[in-house]
Every structure is written in C-alpha cells, then in structure tokens.
Design a protein around this ligand. Sequence first.
Ligand code: BGC
Length: 721
Amino acid sequence: MDKQFLLYLLSSMSTEEKAAQLTQLNPVCFGHEFITPLTGPDFGFRVSKKSGASIGSVLNCDNATAMIAIQKRHMEEDPHAIPLLFMADIIHGFKTIFPIPLALGCSFSPELMEESCRIAAMESSVSGIHVTFSPMADLVRDPRWGRVMESCGEDPLLNARFSTAAVRGYQGQNLEPLRIASCVKHFAAYGAPEGGREYNTVDLSYGILRDTYLPAYRAALDAGAKLVMTSFNTVDRIPATANTALLRDILRTEWGFNGVVISDFNSVGELIPHGAAEDGTDAARKSLTAGVDIEMMSTHYMDTFCGTPDEADSLLDEAVLRVLTLKNELGLFENPLRDASPEQESHCHLSVENRAAARRIAGECAVLLKNNGVLPLAPIQAIGLTGPFAASSRVVGGWSAGSEHGISLYEGLTGSMSADLIHLAECGEPVSILNGNPDISFPDETFIARFKDCDTVIAAVGEDQADTGEGASKTNLRLSPNQELLLLKLHEAGKKVVAVVFSGRPLELAPALPYCDAVLQAWFLGTESGGALSDLLLGKINPSGRLTVSFPYTAGQIPVYYNHFQTGRPEKDPTKKERYVSRYLDCPNDPLFCFGYGLSYSEFEYSNFCLCESGTLTASVTVRNLSDREGTETVQLYIRDVAARCVRPVRELKDFRRVRLTGGESATIVFSIGPEMLSYYKTDSAVLEDGEYEIMIGRNALDTLSGKIYITHNTSVKEQV
Ligand code: BGC
C-alpha cells in the first residue's frame, strides 16, 4: 500500500481508535486462553468488544493456529480492517533454542548470532509472529543482575557487533518472507541497575552513557531495527519511558530513528510509583510527549485519549502513522496472516537442519576456564558423572517458554561413548531459589564411593535456569554449599575433577577452583547443549569460547570489568601490598578470569608485535599454534588513550579476529587503526585528541603485547615498540 492509503486510514480513525491502535495486550485480555506466561503484573483487565476491535498489537501469542483465529476475527471486527501486529520475545531461538546471548557473545562470532536469529525468525514467522523483542543491547557489568544472560556482555564494541548481527538475522535484507522485524531493547542503560537489583535506579554520567551504554542500541538501529523498546529504569533521574531527552533528542533527532517506540511491560503505568506521574492520565501524556508510540500491557492511552480532540492529537497521529507504516512494511494489509501456517510449523520447528545448526553453534560458545591436562577425555575410560546437571534437561536457558528442555549432558555423552563407561550418580535437581529446589544431597562417603572405578569424574554444577533472567537478581553468586562440597570430596578422594558449570551469569568460582582439574563454563547452550558439551569434553571440538564478562573472585568485588578507568593512585605492583593505593586489602583488583579469557586444547604463542605507519596506522602480531592440534584463537586489539582531557579507560577493545590454525601453523594478524577507535564523547559529540596512545594485542584483556604511539592531527609518530 502507498502512504496515501495509510494517511487516508489515519484520517478516518476516531481518537479512541487511535489510542487503541497504540495499545498492546496479551491474548488473555481479549478473552483468549492463556498462551505464554506473563513477564509482569497481571491486572486482569479485559477489553470490551468495541475497544478490543481496534487494538493494534498482541503480545506473546506463540502458535499459528491461535494467531490465525485471532487475526481472522479481528479483521472481521475492526471497523477499518487494520491487521493486528503480533510481537513476542524470541530471545535465543523460538522452538530450536540456541545458546543464551551471553554465551553467544563468547563465541566472538557475530556471524553465529546472525545465523541463529535467521533460524529463529523462520521458526517464529511460520507461527504468526511479526516482531521480536530482541536484541537486548543492554551492556552489563554486574553479575548479580539476572538479565546478564540476555546481554552479550560488558563490552560496547562486542555488543554493537552482536546487535547488528542479530538485526540482520531477524530482518534479512528487507523483511522478506520468513523474516521478522527486530525491536532493540531496553533503551536505555537498563543493564546498570544499582546493586544489580532488578528494576533499580540507574545513575550514569553523560560520558559513560554515551561512550559505553548507547553504542550497541545505535548499532542495531544503523542496521535497520524497526522498533525500540524503552527501559524500566531512570536515565538522569527521569524514567526512560517519559524521557524526552533520550527518546526525542537523541533517538529521533540526533540518530534520525523514524520507526516505532514501544514501552516495556506496563512501564507507562510505572511512572506513577516512580513518582514521575500523578496518575494514569499524566503518565499517558508524559509518555506520548516523550515519544512512546505503543503502550505495552496497560491501557492509559485508551483511558486518556478519548472524546474531544486536544493538543495530544498531532502526537497521536504521528505515533499511529508509524505503527501503520510498520504494518505496511510487513505486508500485513495485503496478507494479514503473512507466514503463519500450522503446516509449515510442523516442517520447520526443530527441524534436523535447525538442530544441527544449534549444536554447531553451541560448540563455539562454552569457555574452558581451567585445564591441567585432564581434558580432552579419552572415551575409552570409565568416567564418573554427577552433579545436579548430570542428567538434567533444564539446560536451555531462560526465555525459552514452550521449549525449556534440551539434550542433557548424560544423553550427549552416551551419544559419543559407551553408556557402560559412564558411571552416573544423580544427586538432586538443579538448585533453585525461585522454584524452591533445595540444595543437592550431602555427598557422603557412600556417595563418593560410587566412583571407585573412575579416575575422572565430571561434576555438572551451577544454578537453575529459573534463577536467571528477568526478576532474578542475587547477592550470593557461589555454588550451593553441597555443590562446593561435592567438588571438594571428589578431589579429596583422589579423583580428577572436571567441573562443567551451568549458569546465566559469572558465578563466584574461586572457592571451588582448587578442587577442580578442569572447569568448562557451559552457560546454557540451548536445545543441543548435551551433544555440544560432549563434543567439547571428548575433544571432537577444540574449545574456542572467550569470556565477554569478567568473573569476580568474590561478589564484594562487583562491579569488576576490564575497561575501567584509571585512578589517581593506581596499584602498580600487587606484591608490594601498599596502603594508600586503590586496592582491596583482602582481594586482588583484577577478576578471577578476565574479559577475553578462555583456553583451548591448542597452545598459541604471540610474537612480533609491530606498529606500522604508512598512510594508515596498523598494528600486527604473529600468532603460532605450538601444539599439533588444530584450534581457533581470538586475537584481540585494545587501545588506551594515555592522557586526555577526560580520564579514559585503561584499555578498550577496538577489534578482534578469530584465526583457525592447524598444528604448528602461524599467521600474522594485522589490524588497521582508524580515528573512530581513538575518539570518545566529550559533550554532545565525539572528540579525537592529539596525544599518546597505547596499542595492545593479545589473547585476553590482561595478556597482551603492546607499544605506544603519538598521534598528532591524524598523523602518527611511532615512539616505542
Ligand atoms: C521485559 C521485556 C519483554 C517484555 C514482554 C518485559 O517484562 O522487560 O524484555 O520484552 O516483558 O514480554
């Protein structure tokens, strides 16, 4: 349809119909049966037949049969025959579940994110979904926050690249069939709640907001994301949902975004308890004025914008036109059912190809944190297998409603080695605060004796997937007491202990680390978790994941992240234990495992760091695979602005390259260093200062080769290498 048609439609709508068009409700509100669990308060409201007929969009309807029924009835009842938009949370897959976003980030392969999102788009579009509330571009620095699992981690560049890839995967070139529109969320800075407590205050300086938190949202929009979701939190004391500076000045004016802005679940109504609106009318007016087009799961727009026209009318028109435009871009006026098809669902959901992709991708996301030579395991020896995740199917990760079960580790291992060799001894369900699952049973001598024939025991430990995600903040990040004891007792019994850790956040592994000969951070790897983990443990896949979040020694160290600022009294030499420097008396400053860290079964050597100025500035290193096993190394480029008008981070990731090397092979990796890598936000714009920069290349944030360079007006002079 052309724009004239949309304008005509708009001109024929009443104010009430416009407000309803800007309202999104769950199918339950229309009297349909409960489909997917709600992620927020249920006010139990029901819309009348009349106002319900003009509602604009539906939240979380998850199957083609229900979607087709709802859409067909709506098309008969809506006086203007404007099709409904169906939006849902497709976070890391729809039916075929992929690794949680935090794990996907650890692949350092945005291409894998794109592939997983393409498959998720295909599986969800045949179920009648038009829009996904993904990617979550929120940068995270606090593992106490439950939604760390939905982010790609603590780095702005990495988050930006993964957000871009997700949008491409969902939307394709231009929302062609089997693609869906992408809604980037939660704008902005939802990932920085004080104390890691869900929905808590966010208070960031302008420079940190700009340099650190905003780039990933911006990248998603530059990649063409059609929608933006506001966040629950405040930004500079004003809730994001009523924040004109954020939604109009930055998003619309500065970034030129002309797509749809949707509130988060009831975040319009939450302006009242925030103390930012007096009542529902005030909340509706403030949200619309700030730039929120669609109100999710509350009806303040419908209750407020009715009857006589007022000054809000032109804002309502702009918002409705944006929603109609999105419906038109999705082709809904021509085909309100779009790709929805129960028949296609049965072909496409969990297809052999989709599951094969899920397994391949999962194999790239686990991170090997420790290995004293016990891994890879030989599949010809008796191996003990225990821990609450040994045979559990609760390994896919949160935000996977309807597909919560995946291949367990036990199933994965028995797919690759004789079941007789695996001595499985279960000890309870995954421990969960939310679900009330108690600690595993105490590992007494009789229990440990069950592994008498095994030199090596795999202990599959961690936190339940229910204790991660929205509304799952925690202050204690340790393994439960009996899980730590299990590792200790196995160690004391002389076993080689391989810990496989399932979690949606960095856990506090320091207390248990001495008892483990190897630690594989499994995160939650989705439907094919067990197969992928078995491939990694048995060496069919060489681990290549690298951490995108720092693992703290202790929760008291949080926030601990690699790109922190320099202080006036930095600790130069931890062995000196100086008093008046910035340090803890009882804990190192650095994390237990830093950003970018991860082991492989191969060993890589870095040499020949070189800065070269010939037109463009480049930095290079030679990486050699010292082992005889093929492996993948992620070579990371970091830069530090040594002295500037604003204090700058000690290092920032500026590029990375994954390189696959056969045994003994070496490669020279060259990075070009452009001005965009050296600039930062001062006031309202990016600045590039003359001065000294330290260029670092290495295997992780703390293990690099480096040199310094002086840059003047875009010409650089090498100072020392
Ligand atoms: C979450 C969003 C989600 C929405 C819809 C909210 O509670 O914060 O991320 O997209 O619910 O389910």
